[in-house]
Write a new protein. Structure first.
Length: 249
């Protein structure tokens, strides 16, 4: 197969799925690891894709105003990485904690790994709330407006509902992490909810797979030094001097 044919196949896969893994490309292209890596480097240099650890993602997600994908689509991206992050995050929950779990696909994966302990949860994700209740946990949801794309409760009423709580731990999702802009999200209403929770939390964990680094969405909701970041594998070592980071893969 000629190189340009491989490029076409790679671009088609990323167009359909917004991301692609190296291991999937080996089988799809019938090519060696070195060939596939070289192809991704060429496409990255042409600005057609963004090469990341373990594969590549669409450049559609690299603008300043990152597009907010719906939950069904995001749940299909980086599933192994998100599971590893979620499992580690769940292990941090202790007996007697009062915990906030943010809306998001990685935070949702936490629920299946949570230990059976005396913990009270608050979440602004109605799907998360149902799953937590089904696990037998005591769970509260704030008032507010439903944002269907992220299955989250947002808005001024939600922020007001959360301001009276004092969380021992909170687990927050994000769309972008950068040294210059901090931790960011595209939606101002969601940013307000996240910022309010962080202000009222003793310890804040940001759950973010590697694709979120070096990305900037339109609204900053906290700075790197305020939080602890749990990720799969960090390519950019400069972040270790800016925040407390745990790599789980």
């Amino acid at each position: 197969m000629f190189a340009e044919e491989r490029y076409t196949i790679i671009l088609d896969q990323i167009k359909k799925n917004y991301s692609v893994k190296l291991t999937d490309l080996y089988d799809l292209l019938g090519a060696s690891e070195s060939t596939v890596r070289r192809d991704l480097t060429v496409l990255d240099e042409r600005g057609l894709i963004k090469k990341v650890h373990g594969g590549a993602i669409s450049t559609d997600d690299l603008s300043l105003n990152l597009i907010e994908r719906d939950m069904e689509l995001k749940s299909k991206l980086f599933t192994e990485e998100k599971a590893a992050i979620a499992k580690y995050a769940a292990s941090l929950v202790d007996d007697g904690d009062f915990v906030f779990i943010d809306a998001g696909t990685t935070t949702e994966k936490m629920i299946e790994f949570l230990p059976d302990r005396n913990v009270t949860y608050v979440t602004n994700a109605f799907v998360h709330a149902k799953k937590l209740a089904q696990r037998g946990f005591k769970v509260f949801i704030p008032a507010g407006e439903i944002k269907i794309t992220t299955e989250a409760i947002v808005g001024a009423e939600c922020v007001s509902s959360l301001q009276s709580y004092n969380f021992s731990k909170s687990f927050i999702g994000t769309n972008g992490i950068s040294v210059s802009a901090g931790i960011t999200t595209p939606d101002r209403n969601e940013a307000s909810v996240k910022a309010s929770v962080i202000q009222n939390s003793q310890t804040v964990y940001i759950l973010a797979d590697h694709s979120k680094f070096e990305q900037i969405a339109s609204v900053t909701f906290t700075q790197l030094g305020r939080v602890k970041i749990i990720t799969d594998k960090l390519q950019y070592k400069k972040y270790h001097s800016k925040a407390k980071i745990k790599e789980v893969m």
